[in-house]
Design a protein around this ligand. Structure first.
Ligand SMILES: [Zn+2]
Length: 238
């Protein structure tokens, strides 16, 4: 899937593409901006399909592409388009060249599908996507037990600085820990362990959503060392 597309030189395009086999790859599509060039539809953000490239000394050249999904409907809805763009930018931060990235690619595809559909609500899709991406990257919240003492039956408290849930005794001692509701504790565990196909199949009531959003946003802010352009645009429109 194309995560990013920019003009390059007089007629070309530079693409950043997330691939199943080789992770995040930069490729150049020469002449893609000339009228009637067959690569036009492949050189847009969200274009998904198979890409045939030739490897050069330090870059790839795109020769042909068979595009199976373009998410064209997103262009009609600014809020949806910005969410999906942010997902691409966030994913780009967490992926690298040379890494097998099937799970990351599937996650991105399903998240953008959920955005296109508008279900569940975009605020929830965004937080679920962020946490699952971080989990795949090994940087998600630790929810399997208390991060301080290891107690299995933990989840009454959450500490952003300690990176996960705490049992009642440790939660009371940790300075930045906040109490979390059983719904939010369950949601955090669900996101960490759920298969991708079931990941966007639930909704939260507004109280739980507010709480979940606060926890996620604090967690992402603490551990993601990057300002996202698309997120700045998104905050401007919602
Ligand atoms: Zn503990």
């Amino acid at each position: 899937m194309v995560l990013y597309a920019a003009d390059q030189g007089e007629y070309g395009k530079r693409l950043v593409v997330l691939t199943k086999e080789c992770g995040k790859v930069t490729m150049f599509a020469n002449n893609a901006r000339k009228p009637k060039n067959p690569l036009v539809s492949a050189c847009r953000i969200f274009a998904m399909g198979s890409f045939t490239v030739k490897r050069g000394r330090d870059s790839y050249t795109l020769y042909s592409a068979d595009i199976s999904e373009r998410f064209a409907g997103l262009e009609l809805d600014m809020e949806k388009f910005c969410h999906a763009s942010y997902f691409c930018e966030f994913m780009s931060y967490y992926t690298h060249e040379g890494e097998y990235s099937k799970d990351m690619l599937n996650l991105l595809y399903l998240a953008i599908k959920a955005v296109e559909k508008g279900e569940p609500e975009l605020n929830l899709v965004r937080r679920v996507f962020e946490l699952k991406t971080m989990t795949f990257a090994g940087e998600g919240p630790n929810v399997s037990g208390c991060v301080s003492c290891g107690l299995k039956d933990a989840g009454a408290w959450f500490s952003v600085n300690k990176g996960g849930v705490l049992c009642d005794a440790c939660g009371r001692l940790a300075k930045d820990a906040v109490r979390i509701s059983p719904t939010v504790a369950y949601t955090l565990k669900y996101i960490a362990s759920s298969p991708l196909t079931a990941l966007f199949g639930f909704a939260l009531k507004s109280d739980a959503m507010d709480e979940f959003e606060r926890i996620c946003d604090a967690f992402v802010k603490r551990y993601v060392d990057r300002e996202f352009k698309s997120l700045a645009i998104l905050s401007g429109i919602v």
